[in-house]
Design a protein around this ligand. Structure first.
Ligand SMILES: [Fe+2]
Ligand SMILES: [Fe+2]
Length: 418
């Protein structure tokens, strides 16, 4: 899972976005799907919210305490539980066997002696490997480093995401070692995800390009702050969210791989590429189970999808803090850099929504309740609205001047954002 997630604020803010009202001069930030566009970075309501989040990052418990836990309809839990056999046949095969899986060590300089080699030879080979890695990393521009760190920090908060899976009714791993297929999926998925943060972390450490202590501090804060879900125990919301997250993460890692390659770091391109391939398999799993649930309970699923699209879906890394962002703006700055660098953009978000609406054949769903039909209409109308907003955001960005955004991750250097 990971990384750039669905960033949607309050319903009021979201409807403001979709009502096409311009935020210019209103002091409001506009969130366009996964990307946040600050209309006025100095006085946005979101900034206020994030300032509170940043303060909470230091001492107080995370904000999720005020989210509440909406009850999950019993029949939805039972439907999801009834799919255990289906999960075994259609999702578990998407997880690779451990013995044929890649491991972070495969993509990093080897730190141990080859059979028969002396300690001096091993150290020399390791040093050469690190030197080659650093030579490749030397050409990676700051904006790509910032995106890479943001992605790595989000990957490293994996314990929060596994907790999320085990909070979901009907799919949770109740014993910690349950043999039920849903539980096997959660543990297998976690095990594959665990390699992503490990690999990116070690690459960044060896590269010498980032302030590793600040990066680690950000991971520490994010794990303490956690993440919040709109309907924390709902299996329908959870699998829809998973599909969006995995596809967004895939896109983000693919774009980072391409940019790393363009700047001469083939090792980093390969690293991001193998991670992206994992995300693609995970996306396939969540997408498949959503399609199955749309068959079994189209009304429940389309209402859940509309709720996810409208509601407060939290980005996994939203509560990140480096301990120095007194204005709580770190995530906003990271998102702005990702947008400008082309690592994850508003257009990508529009593509994503369009893709899933088509893939799950939302427009063709029949036999819906009144609420289901309204949800269907809303969801099917989203892609063109997002495209229009994307266009407006582009026009606004073209008119506005670039501004510098500072990142402690890169020794307080600035990156220009729109
Ligand atoms: Fe993933
Ligand atoms: Fe991941």
């Amino acid at each position: 899972m990971a990384k750039l997630g669905l960033a949607v604020g309050t319903s009021a803010r979201f409807s403001c976005f979709f009502s096409n009202k311009s935020d210019a001069g209103s002091g409001r930030a506009t969130r366009l799907g996964w990307i946040l566009f600050p209309a006025n970075p100095r006085c946005s309501s979101l900034a206020t919210r994030w300032t509170a989040a940043a303060a909470a990052a230091v001492e107080a418990p995370p904000r999720s305490v005020d989210m509440g836990c909406a009850p999950v309809p019993r029949e939805q839990v039972e439907i999801v539980q009834s799919l255990n056999g289906w999960v075994a046949e259609n999702m578990l095969p998407l997880l690779n066997p451990v013995e044929s899986s890649w491991q972070p060590h495969d993509f990093l300089p080897c730190s141990v002696a080859a059979p028969g080699a002396s300690e001096e030879e091993a150290l020399s080979a390791f040093t050469e490997g690190v030197a080659a890695l650093r030579m490749g990393a030397a050409g990676v521009p700051d904006e790509i480093l910032v995106c890479l760190v943001g992605n790595m920090v989000t990957e490293e908060a994996l314990p929060s995401y596994q907790s999320m899976g085990n909070r979901t009714e009907g799919t949770a791993d109740d014993t910690g070692a349950s043999s039920l297929p849903w539980a096997q999926w959660i543990r297998g998925w976690t095990a594959e995800e665990n390699r992503h943060g490990d690999l990116l972390n070690r690459y960044l450490y060896l590269s010498g390009r980032v302030d590793m202590r600040q990066v680690e501090t950000t991971v520490h804060h994010l794990l303490r702050n956690g993440m919040e879900m709109l309907v924390p125990k709902s299996p329908y919301h959870s699998v829809i969210y998973g599909a969006f997250q995995e596809r967004a993460t895939f896109v983000s890692h693919v774009h980072t791989a391409r940019l790393a390659g363009q700047h001469g770091d083939q090792a980093l391109a390969k690293i991001c590429g193998v991670i992206a391939a994992d995300e693609k398999r995970h996306e396939a799993g969540y997408t498949r189970v959503c399609a199955k649930l749309f068959e079994v309970d189209p009304d429940g699923m389309v209402r859940a999808l509309a709720h996810v699209m409208r509601g407060k879906v939290t980005m996994p890394g939203l509560l990140m803090s480096d301990g120095r962002d007194a204005d709580g703006s770190l995530f906003e700055r990271f998102s702005a850099v990702a947008q400008r660098a082309g690592v994850y953009t508003a257009r990508d978000y529009g593509d994503l929504v369009e893709h899933f609406v088509r893939r799950w054949r939302v427009a063709e769903l029949a036999g819906l309740s009144g609420e289901g039909r309204r949800a269907q209409e809303y969801v099917c109308g989203l892609p063109p609205k997002i495209r229009r907003m994307e266009e407006l955001a582009h026009q606004r960005a073209a008119r506005s001047e670039l501004r510098p955004a500072r990142f402690s991750w890169i020794f307080d250097r600035h990156v220009m954002v729109g």
